[in-house]
Design a protein around this ligand. Sequence first.
Ligand code: EPU
Length: 418
Amino acid sequence: MDKFVIKGGYRLTGEVEISGAKNAGLPLMSACLLTDKECVLEGIPNLKDIETMGKLLTSFGSEIERDKKGNLKIKTVKIKNHEAPYDLVRTMRASVLALGPLVARDGVAKISMPGGCAIGDRPINLHINALKKMGAKIEQSHGYIIATAKRLKGAKIYFDTQTVTGTENIIMAGVLAKGETIIENAAKEPEVVDLVNFLKKMGAKIEGEGTSVIRIEGVDSLGSACHRVIPDRIEAGTYIIATAATCGNVLIKNCEMDHLDALEQKLVEAGVTIQREKNGVRVIGKREIKSVDITTMPYPGFPTDLQAQFMAFMTIAKGLSVIRETIFENRFIHVSELKRMGADITIKDRNAIVKGVEGLNGAPVMVSDLRAGAALVIAGLIAEGETEVLRIYHLDRGYEAMEKKLSKLGAKIKRLKE
Ligand code: EPU
């Protein structure tokens, strides 16, 4: 296992290029299962989760090739196997994104039930109930969900809770269903919109993406398409927060700041300068940071995937910051690690009350999940002395070349064997 060793106290300066979005790339790859024609996806990052999704598609019978330009070419002439095994699903919950496309194309899918995960229970009941409404027969046996249908039928689906991959799965199920599917209380995340843009290029008929009501008129088949994935707003947000926290000055390139409105407003409130420039977004940190409160919400609210990183930043702000997590019940595991570095944080129900301290000090810390890991890296960058960040395989799932990008910005960070 690898670890990061970070010597803190250096300002980030220079330029950083943001990669394509992991959470858009994963549904785009699974959408390729909906056609027997070749699709080309540009800008898909080199990440462990993308590799896992590649393995999953290959196991279904897809041919996948990364060409010299880095584009992914995916072709699934025939689906030879309809089972997503536990071994893959347990390493990546997003494997559940195969459910919609497999049932839609061939009327059968057998997907291992994802278990709990570090950030919460994360059930998939909403995906399942929606597929049932579309006429799928669902059985659960030996840890697997088995969905079968002759041809899915359009249906009116209301999601009790906004679910990102649930919305994506049902959109992918609806594009080949008979008749109209209407999703109410749909997720509005930019990754959902990106998926719809790709599906439309393949010939799907969809309206309302980016709003809470999405209408899909099923078609008989989809064709080939080429699509460039959107920039990763969470990776961008992580570098923006890291710059602010180290009082740095960085130009963030390939960054869609419109996808980060909530973060921008909170950072400006805290005293950070954010300027849109021709080639990207410039972030200029300030020594004296004001504490601000955040509440995580579905898009366009403050993203839960940036909560931990923002908390690391607030540990050295002036005053009290209340950080409320409303999406996942257990997404405060980073708190005890931040406290080991000298942070003053108290958890009360779903709130973390962060009292700003003069500074953090380096310590060995352990990563529990992807975004908690990003928060600990940020804490390591601001801390005095050396921080060892253990179990960084979580970070490799979602941050492309993180230590290289940070080193280029002047951070003292090394990847070593644990
Ligand atoms: N939920 C249910 N039942 C369901 C589905 C969801 O109760 O059937 C609940 C969840 O337990 C949670 C809420 O609904 O409380 C929202 O979960 P959602 O389904 O939106 O999460 P997800 O689709 O599993 C995606 C991202 C996550 C991100 C969340 C929230 C992907 C591959 N994953 O997960 O990303 O945190 O949306 O924005 O898109 C990450 O990248 O680190 C990550 C965890």
